[in-house]
Structure formats: C-alpha cells, structure tokens
Design a protein around this ligand. Structure first.
Ligand code: HEC
Length: 116
C-alpha cells in the first residue's frame, strides 16, 4: 500500500516519443482525410412526396411504427409554417439545412404536406 512507482513519468514520455517519431516520418501528413462526401451534394429530390416518404414519414406517418411527431399531412397547415418548422426545428422536431433539403424541394414538400 502506498508504494508507488514513478510510472507517470514513463507513460507520459513514451507517447511523446511516438508522436515525435510520427511527425518526423511524415506520417501525420498522410493521415489528413479526404473531404467528406456531403450527402445531398449534387443530389436532387424528385418531389415533395419523395422527401416526405424518405425523411418526414419516419416520424410523422401514423403507420410507420416510428411515429413520434403529430400527423401533419392533409391538415392544411400553411406551407410557410411547414417551411419554417423544417428549417428551424421545434423541440423534438429536428431542423433540416438547405444542404439536406434544398429550397425548391422544401417548397414542393410544404405544398405536398399541406395537402391543399
Ligand atoms: C426525428 C423525427 C422527425 C422527423 C424526421 C421530422 N419531424 Fe416534424 N416533428 C417531429 C416532432 C416530435 C414534432 C412535434 C414537436 C413538438 O411540438 O414538440 C414535429 C412537428 C412538426 C410540425 C408541426 C406540426 C404541428 O402540428 O404544428 C411540422 C409542420 C413538421 N414537424 C414537419 C416536418 C417535415 C415537413 C418533416 C420532413 C422534412 C419532418 N417534420 C421530419 C419529429 C420529426
């Protein structure tokens, strides 16, 4: 009990050595990752129904089994309100950026959800 060996000195020294060796060998340079492939880059949604089916329906479709949000389709919610909720989120409702749902698709989606 209470018999401590100076381990901390050794364990701090070894990682420092490894990092130094890696930098010297130039491997740190090679580790730099390629830019991530942004989902939706160059991708276009077909129409509002597709976005709803693939994104919103997961939480909003009464028959999905994963419904956590209220039914939204065909309730004649104002499209501007739907667009605002999608962009900004609201409590448990996540927000979606233009890189995920572009403005044109969001407009179509809002019309589709509104059901007017
Ligand atoms: C991860 C689950 C989830 C996804 C995906 C999701 N929502 Fe929601 N949404 C919710 C929840 C939960 C609420 C209720 C939020 C609250 O009031 O606390 C909500 C609320 C809403 C509301 C407000 C409804 C009302 O009665 O005022 C709208 C509009 C809406 N969502 C639209 C959408 C659209 C359009 C999509 C697809 C782009 C979408 N949501 C995707 C979970 C989700």
């Amino acid at each position: 009990m209470g018999n401590k060996t100076p381990c901390s000195v050794v364990s701090g020294f070894i990682p420092a050595l490894i990092i130094t060796a890696a930098i010297t060998a130039g491997t740190v340079h090679n580790v730099v990752a390629a830019p991530p492939v942004v989902p939706g880059d160059g991708f276009k949604w077909k129409d509002g129904a597709e976005v709803y089916g693939k994104v919103c329906g997961y939480c909003h479709e009464p028959h999905a089994g994963t419904q956590v949000g209220p039914k939204i389709r065909g309730r004649e919610l104002p499209p501007a309100y739907i667009r605002a909720i999608v962009r900004n989120g609201n409590r448990a409702m996540p927000s979606f950026r233009a890189s995920e749902i572009d403005d044109a698709s969001l407009a179509k989606l809002a019309e589709y959800v509104s059901g007017k």
